[in-house]
Design a protein around this ligand. Structure first.
Ligand code: SF4
Ligand code: F3S
Length: 84
């Protein structure tokens, strides 16, 4: 599972949404709530670990779960909680 972390907050570039083959990154532009969301989130139950989103993010917000920097480990739960 890939995880979106701190650098996405307030940026929401959304390039990750365009490259995700299973559309598991939400909210996408145009979906209700995109403007209000402080960041985007990856659905851990739907992510197929393809890795396409990681290099697509201009602010390096996306990491594979085991590679999330220590200070942003809480984002693993934050992404999961968005879909709970
Ligand atoms: Fe989507 Fe692949 Fe990124 Fe998972 S790793 S969120 S499937 S682009
Ligand atoms: Fe955020 Fe980067 Fe995607 S800024 S919306 S994780 S491309």
């Amino acid at each position: 599972t890939y995880v979106i972390t701190q650098p996405c907050i307030g940026v929401k570039d959304a390039s990750c949404v365009d490259v995700c083959p299973v559309d598991c990154i939400h909210p996408a532009q145009g979906e209700d709530g995109f403007d209000e969301a402080e960041q985007l989130y990856i659905n851990p139950d739907e992510c197929i670990d393809c890795g396409a989103c990681e290099p697509a993010c201009p602010v390096t917000a996306i990491f594979e779960e085991s590679a999330v920097p220590e200070e942003w480990k809480n984002f693993i739960q934050i992404n999961a909680d968005h879909y709970a």
